[in-house]
Structure formats: C-alpha cells, structure tokens
Ligand binder design. Structure first.
Ligand code: BTN
Length: 225
C-alpha cells in the first residue's frame, strides 16, 4: 500500500476517516488534536511517531487486534534493545512508563488503527507517566526507520492473525503482560479488584476476584495500592 507523510494534521485518525477510499498508512510529524481512548488527548509534539492505517476486511476477532498491534510495537522496540511490557489492552510500557498507545476505531465496514510511539521527545507534561525511546536510552532515532521496522512486524503479525487466529499470539502476549499475578483495580462502575491471572483465548483479561474468576472485556487497569 502507500504512505502519506504529513508535516502537521489534526489527527491521522480523522485524516483517514474523512477519506474513505484512501488505503494508505498516514503519518504525521505532529498532531494538533491527537487523541487516545476514552476521549483523552494524545500528546503529539514533534519527535514522536503518529500513524494510522485502515483495515478493510472485517477482522472477526476485534478484541485481539489492539493486542496484536501492541505486540508488534514490543517486537520492534525489542529489536532496538528495549525491554517492553504490554498493559492490557493496548498500551506498551518501558521501564514502568507508557511509550506507546494504540487506538482502534470502527467505521462502517473498516477499522482504523492508530499508533502513537514516543521516539525522540525529551520531556512530557509533569502529570503524564510517559517516556520515550530517547529518554530511556539517551539516543536519538530515525522516526522513518522506526516506522518501517514497525510496519514490517505488523504485516507479518496481521497475516498470522488471519491464518491462525489469536492463539498464535497468546503466549507471546502473556509473557509481556504488565501486572501479571499482581492485584489490580479495573476502573469500571463499580470498580473491580482482582489478581491478574491470564489472558483468554479471545483476548479478554482474566481476573481472580473475591467472587471467583472474572472475564473482562474492556476497561483500564492500574496496580492496587
Ligand atoms: C491511547 O493510549 O489511548 C491511544 C493513543 C493513540 C494515539 C495515536 S497517534 C496516531 C493516531 N492519531 C490519533 O489522533 N491517535 C492515534
């Protein structure tokens, strides 16, 4: 497919949403209205990698797509020497801080996958528990190289997802899972407390609560205490 590289855009997600026929990877140097899940904003200064791409065909396991994309980011970062973990369902952490977020939005019969990776940023607002490849290693990276290595991983993994389903990834994701065997709070209404035990065949989170095992479809988790 093709690649659109923009200096500045409101959000690469919106750029694709407004162009139904565009079957390209869209990247921007910075976004003025970058957004994350739950209507949060995504800090999008120059130095990061901000990309979106459409998936035309209906992926039947929608729940697992963000996990497989997050795993692809982990594999790319590991090739650079970083130690990574996945915070269910779609964040990548390095050294206990968020380095990447994934956003999947449904639009008619296609999904738009958005990925933000902190590459060369030197600082973040104080209240953000974020880090970048630069802040961890002290080195600067070519954003274009990060992009191409990432697209390679995503292509291979999405093919595998189509052929073999999520079971091909379950172990690889589980071994990188942040908070595994620790007590977490799931921020739903009401909140749920439990020990994070596993990730199911469908990509759901398995929590061991006082009431027994609970399968969680979505929500944000944090460590308890
Ligand atoms: C999250 O952590 O909540 C998801 C963050 C997703 C950010 C990316 S950056 C590229 C794409 N365009 C956006 O406006 N958001 C996604």
């Amino acid at each position: 497919s093709c690649l659109v590289w923009l200096e500045e855009v409101s959000s690469t997600q919106d750029f694709l949403k407004e162009r139904e026929d565009l079957n390209c990877v869209v990247c921007a140097k910075r976004q003025t209205l970058g957004r994350g899940r739950y209507g949060r904003s995504w800090h999008s200064d120059e130095g990061g990698l901000y990309l979106s791409f459409p998936l035309q065909e209906e992926l039947k396991d929608e729940q697992t797509l963000p996990l497989v994309v997050a795993l692809s980011v982990c594999q790319m970062l590991e090739d650079y020497g970083f130690l990574t973990s996945i915070k269910w369902v779609n964040d990548v952490y390095v050294m206990g801080k968020k380095i990447c977020g994934v956003l999947v939005e449904k639009l008619k019969n296609r999904s738009i996958v958005g990925i933000g990776i902190n590459v060369n940023q030197r600082n973040f607002p104080q209240d953000l528990p974020a880090t970048s490849m630069f802040l961890v290693s002290g080195k600067e990276y070519s954003v274009a190289c990060v992009l191409f290595f990432l697209l390679d991983k995503i292509e291979v993994n999405l093919d595998l997802l189509k052929e073999e389903g999520f079971r091909a990834f379950r172990e690889d994701i589980k071994k990188r899972l942040l908070f595994l065997d620790q007590e977490v709070i799931l921020h739903t209404e009401p909140p749920v407390v439990g020990i994070l035990k596993d990730i199911s065949e469908e990509g759901y989170l398995m929590l061991l609560t006082a009431q027994g095992e609970k399968k969680v479809v979505s929500g944000d988790i944090t460590l308890r205490g």
